[in-house]
Ligand binder design. Structure first.
Ligand code: AMP
Ligand code: GLY
Length: 432
């Protein structure tokens, strides 16, 4: 099989790393990839948004399967562009990708199909949003979440502490802070509990849940500071108990599948459900139509099946024939980020210690790296590396991941020191 992976982050590196282990795979290209991916795949200098160029490349290089990593090309319709040319893509159609591309679309879909989620309302003007927010707070809402409707690279959501902040954020959305993504605003009730990420494969005929994981969205230890794309993740997430898994299947994934069928949405790819879980009751915070990053990193470390076969069968509408298997071990990935992230960050800092980290047993996925003119590996993004490890227990995986982290250095680089702490705390609680 000849595979093209589209994207350039830690997610794409983790996918390439696992795809490469498949005996079915003859060649992997990654467009555009990064300096670390270049060790595992042939990088092609085509941006993830250049859909026609990517299709030309796939046609001329006899690509059997294209795996679209990020949401932007999916929401722009890469699957439809490729399908029109007889090329297979792992990823939903443009119409189905609206489940991530528009929060209002996703909310309406959830309501139509009875999927549990926060109560919400959608607005097309700052005045209307303000009246609603003021009325909700007057009625005693403990908090409110304001979301730009469209894709805003993870920045378009505010968990507002008070009414004034919520009103201001909605006004900023309409004033263009997030471009056209903020022309419509969703306001929803605050959910409390613990978050977890659930991935599922679907081909529109069946849906299969993968192992659970948990991200760490805030930049600093103890979940402080602004939200980021994710500072580290582990799998499995103990908050997702077998009982919670049953509810996810019954109340979220099966209704989701029925919804796809009823609305004739062509979805052959990965569904990522962001969940809030309280008292063992899962509610949907958001849908994403692609693998989450860094969650995909520990999940790929635990996946022991043939990823190329599974993704190809999903794209072909034959998911029922695919075999999924998992290592019983835990896995952890710690993100090393550039000084300043998630704000304006530094670039071009020389990275040392990657070989030592590998020797210490870590697998390092590259998110934002490049080679400088002297051929040295340098930082080239907000999130730079994901240092992953497995272990018989989460504690062991954490210790190994940080042993890898401690080998690596670049100017200004930093990480959270408490990745996995929630899992450890739960375990301690259970032993008490
Ligand atoms: P979203 O992109 O919709 O998942 O929102 C990003 C983050 O904002 C989530 O991962 C949560 O941490 C937080 N969030 C979103 N919606 C809610 C909600 N209704 N209640 C509490 N937190 C939320
Ligand atoms: N880690 C969250 C995301 O990929 O959206």
């Amino acid at each position: 099989m000849r595979i093209l992976v589209v994207g350039s982050g830690g997610r794409e590196h983790a996918l390439v790393w696992k795809l490469k282990q498949s005996p079915l795979v003859e060649k992997i290209y990654c467009a555009p990839g990064n300096a670390g991916i270049a060790a595992d795949a042939e990088c092609v200098p085509i941006g993830a948004g250049k859909l026609e160029e990517l299709a030309d490349f796939a046609a001329s290089h006899a690509i059997d399967l294209t795996v679209a990593g990020p949401e932007a090309p999916l929401c722009a319709g890469i699957t439809d562009v490729f399908a029109a040319r007889g090329l297979a893509v792992f990823g939903p159609s443009r119409a189905a990708a609206q489940l991530e591309g528009s929060k209002d679309f996703a909310k309406r879909f959830m309501i139509r199909h009875g999927i549990p989620t926060a109560r919400s309302a959608t607005f097309d003007s700052a005045d209307a949003a303000r009246s609603y927010i003021e009325a909700e707070f007057a009625a005693g809402a403990p908090g409110i979440v304001v979301k730009a409707d469209g894709l805003a690279a993870g920045k378009g959501v505010l968990v507002a502490a008070d009414c004034a902040e919520a009103v201001q954020f909605a006004a900023d959305c309409f004033a263009g802070s997030f471009g056209s993504a903020g022309a419509r605003v969703v306001v929803e009730e605050l959910l409390t509990g613990e978050e977890a990420s659930i991935f599922a494969l679907t081909d529109g005929k069946s849906i299969v849940r993968l192992v659970s994981s948990q991200d760490h969205k805030r930049v600093f230890d103890g979940d402080r500071g602004p939200n980021t794309g994710g500072m580290g993740a582990y799998s499995p997430a103990p908050v997702v108990t077998p009982e919670v898994e049953q509810l996810i299947d019954r109340d979220i994934l099966q209704p989701f599948l029925r919804g796809l069928r009823e609305e004739k949405l062509d979805y052959r790819g990965l569904l990522f459900v962001g969940l809030m879980i309280e008292n063992n009751e899962p509610k949907v915070l958001e849908f994403n139509v692609r693998f989450g990053d860094p969650e995909v990193q520990p999940i790929m470390r635990r996946f022991s099946g043939d990823l190329a076969d599974v993704l190809a069968k999903t794209a072909a509408g034959r998911l029922a024939e695919a075999e999924l298997s998992w290592s019983p071990e835990a896995a952890v990935s710690v993100v090393l980020a550039s000084g300043g992230y998630p704000g304006a960050y530094q670039r071009g800092k020389v990275i040392s210690g990657l070989d030592a980290a590998a020797a210490a047993g870590a697998v390092v996925f590259h998110a934002g790296t490049a080679f400088d003119s002297a051929g040295r590996m340098v930082s080239d993004g907000g999130r730079v590396l994901g240092v992953s490890a497995t272990g018989a227990t989460v504690a062991e995986a954490i210790a190994r991941a940080y042993a890898g982290v401690d080998c690596i250095a670049f100017d200004g680089g930093f990480c959270r020191r408490d990745i996995g702490a929630r899992a450890l705390a739960r375990k301690k609680g259970a032993e008490r």
